[in-house]
Structure formats: C-alpha cells, structure tokens
Design a protein around this ligand. Structure first.
Ligand SMILES: N[C@@H](CCC(=O)N[C@@H](CS)C(=O)NCC(=O)O)C(=O)O
Length: 241
C-alpha cells in the first residue's frame, strides 16, 4: 500500500496518473497547501521542502517503509517498483529520464511562473508593475511549448517511442494554457498528443483525485495567498495547529 500525500495540482496529478495507469494500490492523504498542511511537522519529516506530492511505501526496499518526495523521484520509484512505464533498454531509459528532467527543470517551474504572473498576480499587484514578469515567463512558456511541439512533430510519444512517465509528467502542465498566457492553437502536435492522453480512462480517473477538495474560491483569500506566497514561506512555517 502506498500512502500518497497530495493535492489536485499538476505535480500531484503526475503521480495520480501513474497510480491509475499502473493500477497501484494506494491511499490518498490530502495536503491542503492553501491552508498550510505542508508546514506541519509530520509532513515536513517526509517532505522537507514543504511541497506535495510525497509518498510513503509501507513495503519499501527490504520490506521496510520508505518515504519519497519530489514528483519525478516518486515516478521513478513507482515505475521501478512495478516495472512499468520506464523502459529498461538503456537508450530508451535515458531518453525517458532526460525528458522527465526537462519537465522538472523547465516545464513545471516556468509554466508555474507564467500562470502565477499572467493569471494570479494581477489580482494583487498593478498590471504595469508586473509586465516584465509576465513577458519573461509567458515568453519562456511559449519557448517550452515550442520544444514539445517540435519533439512531437514526428514522434507519437515524448520519449522512447512509447507511453512513459515522461508523458505523464508533462501532460498535466498543459491543461490550462490560457491561464499561462499561451495560445495552444500554435502548437498542434502538442495539442493532439495532450488530448490523446487526456482521453485515456485512467487519466480521466486520475484527474478526479481530490476533485471535491479543490478550492472554489479560497485560493485567492488573503490567508491562502499569505501561506502560498507570503512570509509563511520565507519564515519557518505555520506553528502546528
Ligand atoms: N519540484 C516539486 C514541486 C512540487 C510543488 O511545487 N508543489 C506545490 C504545489 S504544485 C506545493 O506543494 N506548494 C506548497 C508550497 O510551496 O508551500 C515536485 O515536482 O514535486
């Protein structure tokens, strides 16, 4: 049984997709990042960077429990454990890993900032003051969409010629391009590949994870904003409640 500490965000959904695709028995434990669950001592013990997702496998190496944080490390761990979605053939293996690292180093951080500056921040800060940040990250977002689109011009999947954890890691970041300031119509290969994955029943089920917990209106509350982007982040975090 895998305990999955998570929340319905792109980084959470990468792991939810693999759990469903590989039919891994698991228990979902919500970490409400808008209310500060990520700063609670029990969670920090398994995820010292105060970010979800994280997992605990009660039946880890040697039959002992193991905890893993960072979504790519989790994907690699679960792919290795089940022998699925990470080919063993060396060339294919490293092809998947390089695209997975591209997701972790570029797709996630840059599109996250594009979303933040283009869609979230203007509610709090005058748009003129933000324009440099908006341009910087939306430009970078377009560059990244272009990299993926070119990769998929002659390839059915992002790596290794098959559906792998690299596809599962990248796809959840591309579901809401408008909020990232990006016009997906400019990237038809990417859109076709994204929608093919999005239609898979396992992916549909995975994207339902904690759907009812998803904020309707509290992301933008002052408290949630402070927890996510204010002093709570730069100080030692919330006192345990
Ligand atoms: N590199 C990390 C990023 C995880 C991450 O950024 N998680 C965000 C939500 S998507 C989070 O937990 N934020 C809470 C916080 O920063 O306090 C991973 O891929 O696991």
């Amino acid at each position: 049984m895998i305990d999955v500490y998570t929340w319905p965000t792109p980084n959470g959904h990468k792991v939810h997709i693999l759990l469903h695709e590989a039919e891994i028995e698991h228990k979902i434990i919500p970490i409400n990042i808008q209310q500060g669950d990520q700063f609670k001592p029990d969670f920090l013990r398994i995820s010292p960077n105060n970010k979800m997702p994280a997992i605990v496998d009660q039946d880890g190496p040697g039959g002992e429990p193991i905890s893993v944080f960072e979504s790519a490390a989790i994907l690699i761990y679960l792919a290795n454990k089940t022998g699925r979605f990470l080919p063993k053939d060396e060339r294919k293996h490293y092809d998947v890993l390089q695209w997975l690292m591209f997701q972790m180093g570029s797709v996630g951080p840059m599109l996250g900032q594009a979303h933040h500056f283009h869609a979230y921040a203007p509610e709090r800060v005058e748009r003129e003051k933000l324009q440099y940040g908006i341009d910087r990250y939306v430009n970078e977002g377009n560059r990244i969409y272009g990299v993926i689109d070119r990769r998929l011009a002659d390839e059915e999947w992002i790596a290794a010629g098959e559906y792998t954890i690299a596809d599962m890691a990248i796809m959840p970041w591309l579901r809401d391009p408008k909020k990232q300031g990006i016009d997906i119509a400019q990237y038809p290969n990417l859109e076709r590949w994204r929608d093919r994955i999005w239609q898979r029943p396992q992916v549909v089920a995975a994207l339902e994870t904690l759907k009812d917990h998803r904020r309707v209106d509290n992301t933008h509350s002052d408290k949630a904003w402070e927890i996510m982007y204010g002093k709570t982040q730069s100080s030692q975090g919330l006192a345990a409640e």
